[in-house]
Design a protein around this ligand. Sequence first.
Ligand code: XMP
Length: 328
Amino acid sequence: MDFDKNVRPADMERITTESLAKAFIDKEIENVRKQVGDGKVLLALSGGVDSSVVAALLIKAIGRNLVCVHVNHGLLRKGEPEQVVQVFRHEMDANLIYVDAVDRFLDKLAGVADPEEKRKVIGAEFIRVFEEEARKLDGIGFLAQGTIYPDILESNGVKAHHNVGGLPDDLQFELVEPLRFLYKDEVRVVGKALGLPDGMVYRQPFPGPGLGVRCLGAITRDRLECVRESDAILREEFARNGLEGKVWQYFTIVPDFRSTGIRDGRRCFEYPVIIRAVNTKDAMTATVEDIPFSLLSHITERILSEVKGVNRVCYDMTPKPVGTIEWE
Ligand code: XMP
């Protein structure tokens, strides 16, 4: 890779305001139009901040010559695939291909318990699905990526969790990476200026393998639903109680064991849900959020009554180190 192309220009102003974001957007629209002309550009649109901002920017620059592919691998949070379709297809008139690959991914993941192996299966299957979709399309000349500056600094410009670096040789398109010199906070300012909803721009970090890392051991459909439904309740209650945007990251985990409980006067043998809520600056260390006991009790009550197959709720009190933020 050309060294200079990977260094943020020294005179580039930090994008902190809407007007700076608008100036950046105008310049990038011009750059993209110059680079791709009438060509078609392909983008793997996960619905995360970076790919969503790239999509919104490129829709402004080249309209329906941007082809977005959203792969639903079954490991997204509740409501996320629907939001991608709503925002991009219905509100922004994007050329969006929605791929329901849930069964494919879950079949491939059946019985795979090792965390690294799970990540590999998810990554490899993502490339396969994306490649199949790319092969169905005619005339694609470019591949857009939501690479941001920390990706370049940390991993030689390969956005590992987007998993599109592994496409075969005959699908190696020229890259379009309009956010490559932006830091995360700048990407959010640009996203906001492009009119993306706050829920998309200010969302908490979410791992590439999604809920797959929070459904411990071999993923099963019943436990995956426990993770998804309990996570949705946690997010709803945090939003309702003013903690959204204040706590850095919060989510639920479901281990692959059950324990006894009593439901309706009978013994039940069901899964626990673990709640994790942490604050951090750089994700290298983290402290546990001091959640009001009454709120924890209320969330517990809701999870126990609304999420099928769960009979116990725990709160993880472990800072990082020693614990990592995710479980896996
Ligand atoms: P850990 O668990 O290592 O996580 O303390 C630190 C931060 O990284 C996020 N994380 C990921 N992000 N792809 C991502 O984009 C991944 O595979 C991944 N794994 C962990 C984690 O959510 C936390 O914010």
